[in-house]
Ligand binder design. Structure first.
Ligand code: NAP
Ligand code: F7E
Length: 335
């Protein structure tokens, strides 16, 4: 019998890569989608004949219980979240509902319907915030700097607590920033690669950014979903840091992306104080030693390869879409 996996957040960046991975391992894949007034399936369009979609919402306990009871999966990957950090200052309560209580609703649904279901919880390096240790490991204390980071700390600890209280096979993956051509346009990597492609094609003249000094440990999303799956294949549940162990500044990112198409970034990039955050996470760098030793996990795409892949994908997309593809970035405050 093939295994069945449920993915919340299947319409997001990670959900789409994870669905591809699980299908390649022969899984029956069931994705949870919340109702929207217009289709929102761009990232999984190529998979629609091979996955099942079911309605559900992290805000609605009953929808989760019913779904799990119907589908009876062996594994559940809880990727759904409000994932854009600046939005968490605008909507802190909703962020907590999704990212904190939403996790508890998933755990409760599993506990009530079938405590044998294995759970992956999408935790985040944003929990380290104002870092207490360099590099960050599974043992580094948390000091979140945004409502998003705080909400993810709750999600992490409630996952650990249900594991320790009820013996659930629940793992928390502390993933550092991971990117791809499917990344949302509001995140800095994609905003930069989309901006570079627009400038190169003559569709834009400049790019506004916030703090160029912030440093992140950026990896490729396709590599990171493999780590999620590996966590649920172990003999016992545990928490893992997933990172490359190499950090770059936003300035490095900009230089690499403009350099990829032979442009001098200083001629196009403006800094906009409105894009600075009320409290910044200055420098993240993860230590993936445990994931390497226990899971046998290694990243396969380095920083330069990632930036090049994303710039090329945006160039191809915008070349074929022509001028129709106007950017929404910059039209929504905080993006
Ligand atoms: P993403 O692209 O923003 O996708 C988020 C997904 O969550 C979307 O499918 C979204 O559905 C869904 N969602 C949001 N609220 C929901 C709700 N109330 N009920 C059901 N579904 C809901 O995020 P991502 O980059 O793939 O990240 C996946 C997870 O990993 C998130 O939990 C994120 O916080 C976490 N994480 C990400 C990173 C990273 O660097 N990417 C690093 C660490 C942790 P709609 O399409 O309907 O909006
Ligand atoms: O910002 C700086 C910004 O929005 C990265 C989410 O997936 O990873 C992500 O959170 C850095 C910050 O990602 C702009 O100030 C400068 O220091 O791409 P980001 P994030 O906040 O690190 C973690 C691990 C998650 O869990 C989250 O879900 O870049 N920055 N200028 C900018 N950032 C944005 N968005 N836009 C700018 O113009």
């Amino acid at each position: 019998m093939p295994k069945t996996a449920v993915i919340t957040g299947i319409t997001g960046q990670d959900g789409s890569y994870l669905a591809e991975l699980l299908l390649s391992h022969g899984y029956r894949v069931v994705g949870v989608v919340r109702r929207s007034s217009a289709p929102n399936l761009d990232r999984v369009e190529h998979l629609l004949d091979r996955i099942e979609l079911r309605p559900g919402d992290l805000l609605d306990q009953l929808s989760l219980v019913r779904l799990i009871d119907d589908v009876r999966p062996q594994e559940l990957y809880n990727l759904a979240a409000m994932s854009f950090v600046p939005a968490s200052w605008d909507q802190p309560l909703l962020t907590g509902e999704f990212n904190s209580l939403g996790v508890m609703r998933v755990l409760e649904a599993i506990r009530q319907v079938d405590p044998g279901i294995r759970l992956y919880q999408a935790s985040s390096s944003e929990m380290y915030g104002k870092v207490r240790e360099v590099p960050q490991t599974e043992g580094t204390p948390f000091y979140p700097r945004s409502p998003y980071g705080v909400s993810k700390v709750f999600g992490h600890y409630i996952t650990v607590n249900y594991r320790e209280s009820y013996g659930l096979f629940a793992c928390s993956g502390i993933l550092f920033n991971h990117e791809s051509p499917r990344r949302g346009l509001e995140f800095v990597t994609r905003k930069v690669t989309d901006g570079v492609a627009r400038i190169k094609l003559g569709l834009a003249q400049a790019l506004s950014l916030g703090n160029l000094e912030a440093c992140r440990d950026w990896g490729f999303a396709g590599d990171y979903v493999r780590a999620m799956w590996l966590m649920l294949q172990q003999d016992r549940p545990d928490d893992y840091v997933i990172a490359t162990g190499i950090s770059h500044s936003v300035r490095d990112l900009v230089e690499a992306a403009f350099g990829h198409v032979g442009l001098e970034w200083q001629e196009y990039v403006r800094t906009d104080p409105k894009l600075f955050r009320p409290a910044e996470v200055d420098h993240l760098i993860g230590d993936p030693a445990k994931a390497r030793a226990v899971l046998g996990w290694e990243p396969t795409v380095d920083f330069k390869g990632l930036v090049g892949m994303m710039v090329e994908a945006d160039l191809a997309r915008l070349s074929s879409a022509g001028h129709v593809a106007a950017s929404f970035v910059g039209r929504i405050a905080g993006c």
